[in-house]
Design a protein around this ligand. Structure first.
Ligand SMILES: *Cc1c(COP(=O)(O)O)cnc(C)c1O
Length: 431
C-alpha cells in the first residue's frame, strides 16, 4: 500500500519549506511522517490514507466543540453568503466584543485581530505606548507568538536580558526583553528591584501550554500582580491558549477564585474565540485601550481584522460554551483521560504524571509535575517519542512534541477516552 501521507509530504517539501506552514506540524521532535488531514468530524480526523484518529490537538486548541459542530457550521455558511470581507465595520464585531467583555470581566474594551502573534505583538506595543517604558518581562518556556521582541531566551546568569532564539532577530531588538524562570519568586523580585521602574509589562501564560502543561503557582502569580502594581507595570495575561479553554472566565477566572480580587491589566486571546477561524483579540482597561489608534497614539491595524466569517464562527462557538454544565462535563472527561493514562502507566511501572484544567491537559514521563521549562526538558523524551508513535499507530493523535499541551473537546465521548486508555495500556506494556 502506498502511504499517501508520505507522497504528499515529499510533494509539499519541494514547494513549502519543510513541507509545512508552521514548524511543529513537521514531526521534527518525534520523527516520522506528518499526517495530512483530509477531513474531520467531531472528535476525529482522517488522514490521507483514510485512517481515522482520535484528535487530541483540535487545531492546537480552537476546536473545543469538536469538528463540524452543526451550530457553528450553520453560522459560518450563513455569514459566507453575506460576504467574506468588507474592510468596513460590521455588527458582528460589536456582538463578539460584547461576548468577550461579558466572559472576561477584566476586559473593558477589546480589539480584534487575526492571529495570536498579532494580538501579543500589539499588546506589547500598547503596553509600551501606554506606560512610556521600554522593558518587558517574559518567562522561559512561555510562547507569545513569533514577534521579534518575543523570540528570546534567557541570557547566561540570572535576570539578564535575553538572546534571540531565531536568526533574523537583531540582538538590539530583544535587548529590552528580560527572560525569567517560571514560578521563581526570588528571581522575579530581583528583576523588579532592578528594572521595575523601566518595565512596561510582564507577559505570562498563566497556565503555560507551550511547555506542555505548567501552572503558575498561587504565590508566584500573587507576586506577579503585586510587583506590577507596585512598579506601575502592566500585567498582561497571554490567554491565547487558555482563554475559554480552561473555563468560561479563562485562566484569570481560575486565579481570581484562588486569589481574592485578582485581575490582569490586559489579556491576549485567540484560538477558542475564533472557533477554528483566523481570529484573535487583545483587551483590557478602557484607559489603556483608548491609547490605540484612531483614538490614541499607538498604531495598530488590519485589513482582515474582525473578519465577518471569522466573527460568525467565534460567536457561534462562544454561545455554545455557555450552555449550562459545559465546562463541568469537559473537565470531567479531560480528568478521566489524564487519570486513565496515569493509572495505565503506573500499572506498567512507568514514571508518569499529568494535570488538566477544563479541556486542556498535559502529561510527563516523570515522577512529579515540572514547575518550569528546564525541568520539562529533563523529562524522558525518548520514552515520550516511543509512546507517541505507539499511540499514533493505534489511531490516537497527541501533540507531536513533549513540550506541547493537549486538548479534549465536548465531542470526545467516554468511549473515546476508554479507547485511548486501552491503547495506552498496550503501548506502555512495550516501553
Ligand atoms: C498559539 C499561541 C500564540 C500564537 O498564536 P498564533 O495564532 O499561532 O499566532 C500566542 N500565545 C499563546 C499562549 C499561544 O498558545
Amino acid at each position: 500500500m502506498t502511504d499517501r501521507n508520505q507522497t504528499l509530504f515529499e510533494r509539499a517539501k519541494t514547494l513549502i519549506p519543510g513541507g509545512v506552514n508552521s514548524p511543529v506540524r513537521a514531526f521534527k521532535a518525534v520523527g516520522g511522517t506528518p499526517r495530512f488531514v483530509q477531513r474531520a468530524q467531531g472528535a476525529y480526523f482522517w488522514d490521507a490514507n483514510d485512517q481515522r484518529y482520535i484528535d487530541y490537538i483540535g487545531s492546537w486548541g480552537p476546536m473545543i466543540l469538536g469538528h463540524g459542530h452543526p451550530a457553528v457550521l450553520e453560522a459560518v455558511q450563513k455569514a459566507a453568503l453575506d460576504g467574506f470581507s468588507f474592510g468596513a465595520p460590521t455588527e458582528r464585531e460589536i456582538e463578539l466584543a460584547e461576548e468577550i467583555v461579558k466572559l472576561v470581566p477584566s476586559i473593558e474594551m477589546v480589539r480584534l485581530v487575526s492571529s495570536g502573534t498579532e494580538a501579543g505583538m500589539s499588546a506589547i506595543r500598547l503596553a509600551r505606548g501606554a506606560t512610556g517604558r521600554k522593558k518587558i518581562i517574559k518567562f522561559e518556556g512561555c510562547y507569545h507568538g513569533h514577534a521579534d521582541a518575543l523570540l528570546v531566551k534567557a541570557g547566561s546568569g540570572l535576570a539578564t536580558f535575553g538572546n534571540p532564539t531565531s536568526a533574523g532577530v537583531p540582538p538590539e531588538v530583544v535587548q529590552d526583553t528580560l527572560v525569567l524562570e517560571y514560578n521563581n519568586v526570588e528571581q522575579l523580585e530581583a528583576a523588579f528591584a532592578e528594572h521595575g521602574a523601566a518595565t512596561a509589562c510582564l507577559m505570562i501564560e498563566p497556565i503555560a501550554g507551550n511547555m506542555n502543561f505548567v501552572r503558575a503557582s498561587v504565590p508566584f502569580m500573587t507576586r506577579c500582580r503585586e510587583l506590577c502594581t507596585q512598579h506601575g507595570a502592566l500585567l498582561v495575561f497571554d490567554e491565547v491558549m487558555t482563554g475559554c479553554r480552561v473555563g468560561l472566565a479563562s485562566a484569570q477566572g481560575h486565579y481570581a477564585s484562588l486569589i481574592p480580587g485578582f485581575e490582569p491589566d490586559m489579556t491576549v486571546l485567540g484560538k477558542v474565540i475564533g472557533g477554528g477561524m483566523p481570529l484573535a483579540a487583545f483587551g483590557g482597561k478602557r484607559a489603556v485601550m483608548e491609547q490605540l489608534a484612531p483614538l490614541g497614539a499607538v498604531y495598530q491595524a488590519g485589513t482582515l481584522s474582525g473578519n465577518p466569517v471569522a466573527t460568525a464562527c467565534g460567536l457561534a462557538t462562544l454561545r455554545e460554551l455557555q450552555q449550562p454544565g459545559f465546562y463541568e462535563a469537559l473537565s470531567a472527561r479531560t480528568q478521566s483521560l489524564v487519570a486513565g493514562l496515569t493509572e495505565a502507566a503506573h500499572a506498567a511501572g512507568i514514571p508518569f504524571c499529568g494535570d488538566s484544567q477544563g479541556g486542556m491537559f498535559g502529561f510527563f514521563f516523570f515522577d512529579q509535575l515540572p514547575q518550569n521549562y528546564a525541568t520539562v526538558m529533563t523529562t524522558d523524551g525518548a520514552r515520550f517519542n516511543k509512546f507517541y508513535h505507539g499511540m499514533l499507530e493505534r489511531g490516537i493523535y497527541f501533540a507531536p512534541a513533549l513540550y506541547e499541551a493537549g486538548f479534549v473537546s465536548s465531542a470526545h465521548s467516554a468511549a473515546d477516552i476508554e479507547a485511548t486508555v486501552a491503547a495506552a495500556r498496550e503501548v506502555f506494556a512495550q516501553l
